[in-house]
Write a protein that binds this ligand. Structure first.
Ligand code: ATP
Length: 211
């Protein structure tokens, strides 16, 4: 099976990666993945739910987040979900994930790491971020809470200091966050149209985010 996956990977040259807690995966995630796929003509986007995130307090077991990611993405043939981080013991560091992926794909593959402006602005807190900047092209989609000037300055600094490849994509901002969705569920408010129908049903079935 492993050999089969490697063989399939030979046909893929431009790979988007969207890592996140996905607690839960919402329409904001799907939208930035789809828009990047289209703009940069990617072959696929791999969604990678974090196992134990070094940056965030963990709330929901990885398995629930992983299953919801599958449910949310299953209708798009160019979307894939990887268990690479949830299968790893201990904290998940992006650098380890990228090294593994680089091993699995042919040398000429380009990896595009998609991040919201909020995540990108904190990139210098990520383990081995300088190496990471050499291994992938960062695709940054801004979120309303981050000032554009601040983001542009950060991008310029990374480009000047580390010769980083960073693409800023201008998209209409979708004001949806997992934090807001969890709060809405807790408060008994609707989350319809903020997550896919399947994810909404899953949250209801397993009574996630109720307390
Ligand atoms: P939380 O509210 O729990 O912090 P989140 O909604 O930010 O979660 P994550 O799973 O942490 O979701 O996000 C994964 C990646 O997707 C991050 O790079 C984040 O910046 C980006 N992202 C999430 N929501 C949006 C959005 N609405 N617009 C643009 N980028 C987003």
């Amino acid at each position: 099976m492993r050999g089969g996956v490697k063989l399939l990977n030979n046909y893929v040259k431009r790979v988007g990666i969207l890592g996140g807690t996905f607690d839960p995966l919402h329409l904001g995630h799907l939208y930035i993945a789809e828009a990047t796929l289209e703009k940069l003509q990617l072959d696929k986007v791999i969604f990678i739910p974090t196992g134990i995130s070094p940056h965030k307090v963990q709330r929901t077991p990885a398995l629930h987040r992983y299953v919801m990611a599958h449910i949310a993405t299953c209708e798009n043939t160019k979307f894939q979900v990887s268990p690479i981080e949830i299968n790893r013991e201990g904290a998940s560091f992006t650098i380890d994930t990228i090294r593994l992926l680089k091993d699995e794909y042919p040398k000429e593959t380009t990896f595009y790491f998609i991040t919201g402006g909020d995540a990108f602005i904190e990139l210098d807190t990520w383990r081995n971020y300088m190496e990471l900047l050499k291994l992938v092209t960062f695709v940054v989609v801004n979120r309303s809470e981050i000032k554009r000037d601040h983001l542009l300055k950060r991008i310029k600094d990374f480009k000047n200091s580390f010769d980083a490849k960073v693409i800023l994509i201008n998209l209409p901002t979708l004001e949806v966050s997992s934090t807001d969705i969890r709060q809405r569920v807790k408060d008994g408010q609707t989350i319809r149209y903020l997550v896919t129908e399947g994810v909404e049903a899953y949250i209801k079935k397993y009574r996630l985010y109720k307390d």
